[in-house]
Write a protein that binds this ligand. Structure first.
Ligand SMILES: [Fe+2]
Length: 309
């Protein structure tokens, strides 16, 4: 099993102008040069979280959402095995052009479009930028990426069972937990590394979309200071500080300039592969906190689903 986690994310946004300040002043990411001059021609922005040349990109698009998720394989044989697995599961495999591969700054790249239109890239051979040490412009002490990938994302899908099956069979992700949200709706939390989940999928909101992506700082005070910054900068807060029941990272959610949310947190659960068993959750899904408009929207959707039976 050579899957190593979520290596990078490409976001799509209809307005790139606010992104540099959002990503640097609030999230504390470091601006990075584009992997190739051509990759920056459309104004796309690249950001670092560690000693990789980039981890997060934002691309211009008509509509905000996920442009692509980059799943990292340990090496070429692992990538080949992953492609075989995806093909056997019925996934469509595309081979990007040389220019597209170079624009990611990786040595090997293939692309899978899932049944909901999300683009997943399988890659190996990421570029490092050790000659320029990572320094967070907002003073974040660092982000947890080593061995666990850059974070996670939550995708909303119309059919949870079908989505879970696809991501397990075609992408090779493993189910960590499931959550019953009432009314026949729920979520599945899938891992690609020891990180509790790199991909969560939920059918509470039926249209396929990126609900949020999450990045994890190395210290609790990094989250506390980001909580101060989100208020000082007047960025809309979507959920207050809190801990989810299954991955009890201390996190809060803010709205990005593209409309979807970002979750900023610390100390997510690390899975011990040798002993882990899938867990099933219900109820509020929260240990404490995470109050706010995003939670209300989910609660309303659950109530609507319950009424419909
Ligand atoms: Fe999350």
């Amino acid at each position: 099993m050579g899957m190593r986690g979520l290596g990078y994310i490409g976001l799509a946004s209809s307005d790139l102008a606010p992104w540099r300040a959002f990503a640097t002043d609030f999230l504390g990411l470091m601006p990075a040069p584009a992997p190739t001059p051509a990759a920056a021609e459309d104004g796309s922005l690249f950001f670092r979280m560690d000693d990789r040349s980039w981890r997060l990109a934002v691309h211009p698009a008509e509509r905000g959402g996920l442009a692509y998720a980059g799943w990292e394989l340990s090496d070429r044989p692992a990538l080949d095995a992953a492609v075989e697995r995806a093909r056997a599961a019925g996934a469509e495999i595309e081979t990007p052009s040389e220019a597209e591969r170079a624009a990611r700054g990786v040595t090997e790249l293939v692309r899978i479009r899932d049944p909901w239109g999300f683009v997943h890239e399988l890659f190996t051979g990421a570029a490092y930028a050790l000659e320029v040490p990572f320094v967070s412009p907002a003073g974040v002490s660092g982000f947890l990426t080593q061995g666990v990938g850059m974070g996670h994302m939550l995708l909303t899908v119309p059919d949870l069972r079908q989505a879970e099956a696809f991501y397990v069979e075609a992408l090779g992700l493993r189910v960590t937990d499931r959550m019953d949200m009432g009314g026949g709706k729920g979520a599945a939390f899938l891992r690609a590394s020891p990180r509790h989940h790199s991909l969560a999928v939920s059918d509470v909101l039926p249209d396929p979309n990126l609900h949020h992506f999450m990045i994890e700082a190395k210290r609790l005070d990094d989250v506390g200071r980001a909580w101060d910054r989100v208020q000082d900068l007047g960025i809309p807060i979507k959920m207050s500080l809190g801990q989810h029941a299954n991955d009890p990272a201390v996190t809060f959610y803010a709205e990005t300039p593209a409309g979807f949310d970002v979750e900023f947190g610390w100390k997510g659960l690390i899975v011990d592969e040798a002993s882990w068993c899938v867990r099933e959750f219900g109820g509020s899904g929260e240990i404490w906190g995470h109050r706010g408009v995003a939670m209300e929207a989910i609660t309303d959707a659950r109530a609507d689903a319950s009424e419909r039976g």
